[in-house]
Design a protein around this ligand. Structure first.
Ligand code: AHG
Ligand code: MN
Ligand code: MN
Length: 385
C-alpha cells in the first residue's frame, strides 16, 4: 500500500519537475531563481492554483469599475448568492437534514408546499431584509409583497424570487434551483406606508439583474446584469462562487426540445402542429431528427439550453382556459427570458416577447417558449398563421 502511494507521489513529483523545467526554458530568463521554481511551499502552491481565479466578489467589483454597477446592486447580488449557498447546503443534506417531504400546506397558487420551498423562502428573506438594499420582496411562496421590517433601512431595489424551482424533484434527488429577478423600486414620492403589489408590476425589460442558482452535481450561479451572461461554479472547499463560464451563448440552431408531452391533448393548435413536426423528424417538413429532454425543473432545462442549445416550452392548455400557462411571469419567465436574451436566445409567449408583457398581478402566469432563436421563432410564427 505504502509503495503504491509512494510511486504515485513520485510520478506527480516527476511531472511537476518536468513542467517547471519547461517553464524555465520558456521563460528564457537566467534570472529566474531555481529555488523559486523547484521549492514551492504549500502556501505558494495553493496561491498559484487560486490567484488567477475570478470570484463572484471580484467580478462584481470589476463590474462596478467597468459598467458603473451601483455598489448597492453589487451587495444585493452578493447577499442573494450567500443565501443560495445556504439553500444549497440544506438541499444537499436531504433525508439526513429531515428536510424532505411536504409541509402539509398550500401556497397562494394552490400548490402543495415542500418543506424546502418554505425553508428556502425563509433563508432568502432573512438574508436580504436587513442590508438596506431593498425596498421590498415578493416570492412564489408568499401571497403578498414582503415588507422590510421597520427597524431596518430601506433601499432602492425590489427582489422577486422562486425560492426553490422544480421542488417536485426534491424527493427524487434531481437538480433544483433558485430563480431571482431584480427591479428598481418606483419613486414613492415620500409615501411611507406598506409597499403595494403595484410597485412590482413592471415588464421584464425593466429588470436590472436576473439569475438562478442550480443545485445539481455541481452548484452554479448564472447571472446577467444586462451585459452578457456569466456562470460561476461553487467551490465547496472555499465556499465561494468562481467564474467558470465567461460568456454563455445559446446556439441559434438546435435539434433538442423540452416539453411535458403528457399534456399534448390539451395544447393549442400551433403547438400541436410544431411538436408534431418535431416528432416527424427527417421525414417531416423540418427534415431533421430531434431529441427530447424534460427534467421538470425550469432551472435545469434552461441550464441545459444555455449549455448546448434547445427549445423549452410550457404552453397554455385548455384545462384551465383562464390561466395563460403554468409558469409564473415575474419570478420564472421574466428572469429566465432576460438571461436567455442576453445569451443570444429568444423568449416569447407564442405571440409576443415575454419581457414586453405588462404584468397585472404578482403571481400572473404565462406561456413560455424560449431558447435557440431558429426554433423559438418558428413556433412563435405558427401562432400568427
Ligand atoms: P415550482 O417547483 O417552482 O412550482 O416550479 C415547477 C415548474 C417548473 O420548474 C417546471 O418547468 C414545471 O413546473 C414542471 O411542470 P410539470 O410538472 O408539468 O412537468
Ligand atoms: Mn418554479
Ligand atoms: Mn418554486
Amino acid at each position: 500500500m505504502l509503495s503504491v502511494t509512494l510511486s504515485f507521489f513520485n510520478k506527480v513529483l516527476a511531472q511537476d519537475l518536468g513542467n517547471k523545467c519547461k517553464a524555465l526554458q520558456q521563460s528564457g530568463s537566467q534570472s529566474v531563481k531555481l529555488s523559486r521554481i523547484f521549492f514551492l511551499t504549500p502556501l505558494e502552491r495553493f496561491m498559484s492554483r487560486t490567484s488567477s481565479r475570478t470570484s463572484l466578489s471580484r467580478f462584481l467589483i470589476e463590474q462596478t469599475r467597468s459598467h458603473q454597477t451601483p455598489a448597492e446592486l453589487r451587495f444585493l447580488i452578493e447577499v442573494v448568492a450567500r443565501a443560495c449557498k445556504m439553500i444549497n447546503h440544506q438541499v444537499s443534506k436531504g433525508a439526513l437534514g429531515g428536510v424532505l417531504g411536504s409541509m402539509g400546506t398550500e401556497n397562494v397558487q394552490g400548490e402543495v408546499q415542500k418543506k424546502l420551498d418554505v425553508l428556502s423562502n425563509e433563508i432568502l428573506l432573512e438574508a436580504n431584509e436587513w442590508g438596506g438594499h431593498l425596498a421590498g420582496m415578493a416570492s412564489e411562496e408568499m401571497d403578498n409583497a414582503y415588507q422590510i421590517p421597520g427597524k431596518y433601512p430601506k433601499g432602492s431595489y425590489l427582489l422577486v424570487f422562486d425560492p426553490l424551482d422544480g421542488s417536485s424533484n426534491i424527493d427524487v434527488n434531481v437538480s433544483v434551483g433558485t430563480i431571482f429577478s431584480v427591479l428598481r423600486c418606483p419613486d414613492r414620492n415620500g409615501e411611507e406606508g406598506d409597499l403595494g403589489e403595484e410597485a412590482f408590476l413592471q415588464p421584464g425589460t425593466e429588470q436590472v439583474a436576473a439569475g438562478y442558482a442550480i443545485y445539481g452535481p455541481q452548484t452554479m450561479l448564472v447571472l446577467t446584469l444586462g451585459n452578457g451572461v456569466k456562470g460561476f461554479t461553487l467551490d465547496t472547499e472555499m465556499g465561494s462562487f468562481i467564474l467558470t463560464n465567461d460568456d454563455i451563448r445559446v446556439p441559434e440552431t438546435t435539434a433538442e426540445f423540452a416539453i411535458n408531452m403528457s399534456n399534448q391533448r390539451h395544447w393549442e393548435a400551433p403547438v400541436k402542429r410544431y411538436v408534431d413536426e418535431l416528432l416527424q423528424g427527417k421525414e417531416g417538413p423540418l427534415e431533421k431528427d430531434y431529441n427530447m429532454r424534460w427534467v421538470a425543473a425550469m432551472v435545469a432545462d434552461v441550464h441545459r439550453i444555455l449549455t448546448r442549445g434547445g427549445i423549452f416550452m410550457y404552453p397554455r392548455d385548455s384545462r384551465e382556459p383562464e390561466k395563460p400557462g403554468k409558469l409564473r411571469l415575474m419570478y420564472e419567465a421574466n428572469p429566465m427570458s432576460f438571461i436567455i436574451e442576453q445569451a443570444g436566445g429568444v423568449s416569447t409567449n407564442g405571440y409576443q416577447r415575454i419581457m414586453d408583457i405588462q404584468p397585472e398581478s404578482l403571481h400572473e402566469r404565462v406561456a413560455v417558449f424560449l431558447g435557440s432563436k431558429e426554433e423559438v421563432e418558428r413556433v412563435t410564427g405558427y401562432h400568427s398563421e
